[in-house]
Design a protein around this ligand. Sequence first.
Ligand code: NAD
Ligand code: UGA
Length: 462
Amino acid sequence: MPIKRICCIGAGYVGGPTCAVIAKKCPDIVVTVTDIMPAKIAEWNSDSLPIFEPGLEEIVFEIRGNNLFFTTDGPKAIREADLIFISVNTPTKAYGAEKGKAPDLSCVESAARLIGKNASGATIIVEKSTVPVRAAESIAAILSAECREDGTSFQVLSNPEFLSEGTAIQDLLSPDRVLIGCESSEAGKLARKELADIYTRWVPEERIVTSNIWSSELTKLINNAMLAQKITCINATSAICEKTGADVSEVAKAVGMDQRIGPAFLNCSIGFGGSCFHKDILSLVYLCKQLSLDEVADYWQMIVDLNELQRRRFCQRIVKSLYGNVAGKKLAIFGFAFKENTGDTRESSAIVVCKHLLNEQAQLAIYDPKVRESQIIRDLQSPGCEFNSSSLKIETCPYEATKGASAIVICTEWKAFKNLNYQKLYDSMESGARWIFDGRNILDHQKLMETGFQVHCVGKAL
Ligand code: NAD
Ligand code: UGA
């Protein structure tokens, strides 16, 4: 039976855009997204969506109310659905045993319980969240333990999501591949086909890859770990460059021309951020330790450790350049999101940099084109960061942020930062040495030096 009604549990960065694209491409399927946060659902139903993602508003505003719905009534949406995506968050555990190490699967468990209690008839459950290997086994066990209704049956599939924030809609419309892990039974293969039939409405068949469920779950973790590893390779190279006179962009360019390596993900930075790389590597490390593969665990752990080092090196460089003291000095921070084209700040390297500078008693003026002021304040108010309200200003204009500042610190790779009038910025800064710390290597450093700036970037001595 072709799928007629889809429910998605979790209206976040994955659930929202994924369902918007499915609903757009399948007008005959009713897609309902549900969440436990009423405020978030209200935003999805308003003119101001809870997340910024290029191209998302256009789709949602076009089809919302036709075949795309957002609701807090999870039980009803589940009862009516033939196929249910679990797209809830799977962070690192922040409490109790294995705090800061193990993945926290409590949201997956509560979603599975909700499904078990409310589903009706033959239902396909799709694990979209990133989970440890064999999580589908636990989901299946919870579903059958909770299920009370005769005639209800479940098939659990793994269908990890590979979208990147900032390009989510493009990634969903044209994915490199769609991975579906299923049981080898006839029922498993049938469920796989029903899910694949949705994707083949717009994804070429040869890009739909099948595997067993455990391979699919592991693939997602390894995919993220390998991407993070590539960034870490180039960031580790930047540390060597800074001490030897080699130029990291020249190294990255030449290395990336080797087709076996490729040019993507070789942009040197102040360390990767985002909600997933860090937590997914920790999840992989935890898995390896559980399997007594300590050396393998150490290998993946090193990526997280080197990422911290990269952030630390950048912070130390700022303070050292400003004569070892930033207390009372105004610094303009350009960019707070973890990457460009998003308002998401989860695990953003900018948070680490700002906390470091606030603890050194600098006065920060932060400008980001998309991050909300309340979010920045929430991120910086966490434990381990000391500052009073006069030390922090959130600006809506980069020129305001820079007035009277001793330095500009680029934390996010927003393209708009390239097109600012740096002469005007220079003229408005505190007299004396005026610094730019380009943590993303996106600016024209030669031109900035000609303007009079003292320029520091990552991975090359200027
Ligand atoms: P998110 O925090 O933006 O959204 C998750 C949503 O699930 C939240 O709104 C939360 O309220 C809701 N939720 C939690 N428990 C619930 C329950 N029992 N019932 C209903 N709603 C519930 O998270 P996200 O960024 O969308 O990530 C979701 C999953 O997808 C994670 O496992 C993540 O690793 C993975 N993933 C994320 C990305 C990304 O770019 N953000 C990309 C690929 C995969
Ligand atoms: C990443 C993966 O790219 C997605 O495939 C995956 O689905 C997703 O994680 C997930 O599981 O959540 P995302 O975190 O949204 O996507 O963004 P990326 O483009 O991967 O960037 C991650 C971080 O690395 C950002 O801070 C970015 O600025 C940084 N980065 C990226 C670099 O420092 N250098 C690069 O060359 C590329």
